[in-house]
Design a binder for this molecule. Structure first.
Ligand code: ASP
Ligand code: MG
Length: 417
């Protein structure tokens, strides 16, 4: 049956009853003959509480101690799940990041996994012991505890699956990846299969099911990935994962997808702010002078649009940042006015980015035109556009987000019938 990594998010381990339910899912897979490793998040809300404690202890705190504190939530759930499994007669033990070890680059609060030494875990799995790992955490080169960023347990799970050459099932509170947020679009449908590339775009453009980094890793190491529900009855027949179709959404290579929609999914994110710099000299080095200092201040810039202004000598540059970064970005740009050489600086919040994603765009014409027409028909103004091979994103007034998303869902024929 092979090796399997099962990952359970915060709502799946929210209390003891939930943890017992998780044990039933694990038991089913063990009985089906899998060698199982489990990766767990902290109980829902715990990481937030721990972060607040650090902030209240001191607004500017030691990043190494912050990691020591916030990594503790996963330690609790790993131990509790091991106990719950033992209660059901299943051999199990918990593993913390440093015990494995899960080695990281040591960047506190946003560490990247460099290597997982999974030899010992693999040996014990072969002997029938379930390994329960703390997600989200590892150790740095200096042996201090590091964490992987919010939602990082997904990445822990995929990295472990890569190290064990295992499949990876991500259990969460929804039963798969949807064509769009079902809370906004009642006709949203569960996607049976989606490519790594599409999932990567969906995750980075606002779908919150999987941490973006985890999808990147899965794509690079070709880890077979499935998103599925914790809250389906663990013992029902269709939960049996030996069925290749799987009960949830399978994330896989392009050649393993069957039917191809032109557009697979629609995402949105509301927390966008737009900054415009007017009448900068149209000459080499201007963009470097503008975006260099923003990068140094750790502000990530998303869409960038440059247009030549009427006089032909100066240009306007517009770009977006997260709303929470807009004040800091302005603080960086105001004093640099002379150096960058611009005339005016404007900013606006309350902007949303709506994106349509689909690998079918590569081979179909008119996908963008259909988007623009659907929005125009509803009188929704597009403020900026960016595209890649498999996605089109537009900026619009955030007040129209829901409407835009619904209209597009219908325009691309995604509504459930
Ligand atoms: N507990 C961590 C968080 O809330 C990691 C995770 O759940 O993936 O971000
Ligand atoms: Mg998560």
């Amino acid at each position: 049956m092979g090796r399997l990594v099962m990952k359970f998010g915060g709502t799946s381990v929210a209390d003891l009853e939930c943890i017992r339910n998780v044990a039933l899912h694990v038991e089913r897979e063990v009985k089906a003959g899998h060698e199982v490793a489990v990766v767990v998040s902290a109980m829902a809300g715990t990481t937030d509480t721990l972060i607040d404690l650090c902030r209240n202890a001191a607004p500017m705190h030691d990043a190494r101690e912050y990691d020591a504190v916030i990594a503790s939530g996963e330690q609790v759930t790993a131990g509790l799940l091991a106990i719950a499994l033992q209660e059901r007669g299943i051999p199990a033990r918990s593993w913390q990041g440093w015990q494995v070890p899960v080695k990281t680059d040591g960047v506190h609060g946003a560490a990247r996994i460099s290597e997982i030494e999974a030899g010992e875990i693999r040996k014990r799995m072969e002997q029938g012991q379930v390994a329960v790992l703390t997600g989200f955490q590892g150790i740095g080169p200096d042996k201090r505890i590091t964490t992987l960023g919010r939602g990082g347990s997904d990445t822990s799970a995929v990295a472990l699956a890569a190290a064990l050459e295992a499949r990876c099932d991500i259990y969460t509170d929804v039963d798969g990846v949807y064509t769009c947020d079902p809370r906004i679009v009642p006709g949203a449908r569960k996607i049976k299969r989606i490519t790594y590339e599409e999932m990567l775009e969906m995750a980075s453009l606002g779908a919150k099911v999987l941490q973006t980094r985890s999808v990147e890793l899965a794509m690079v190491y070709k880890v077979p990935l499935q998103v599925r529900s914790t809250f389906e009855p663990p013992d029902s027949d269709d939960q049996n994962s030996s069925d290749r179709a799987g009960p949830g959404t399978i994330v896989c290579d392009e050649d393993e997808t069957v039917e191809q929609q032109v557009v697979t999914g629609i995402t949105y994110s509301k927390d966008e702010a737009k900054i415009s710099i007017r009448r900068v000299k149209d000459q080499p080095g201007v963009s470097a002078a503008l975006f260099g200092p923003l990068a140094e201040a750790d502000i990530s810039v998303d869409m960038i649009v440059q247009n030549v202004s009427a006089d032909g000598e100066t240009a306007n540059i517009t770009f977006t940042v997260a709303t929470r970064d807009v004040e800091r970005a302005l603080e960086v740009l105001k004093p640099a006015k002379e150096r960058i050489g611009y005339h005016e600086l404007h900013s606006a919040t309350g902007i949303a980015k709506v994106s349509v994603i689909g690998i079918g765009m590569r081979s179909h014409a008119g996908v963008a035109a259909r988007m623009f027409k659907a929005l125009a028909d509803r009188g929704i103004n597009i403020q900026a556009i960016t595209t890649s091979e498999i996605k089109i994103s537009v900026l619009i007034d955030a007040a129209y987000t829901e409407l835009a998303v619904r209209v597009l869902h219908t325009a691309y024929g995604l509504d459930a019938t």
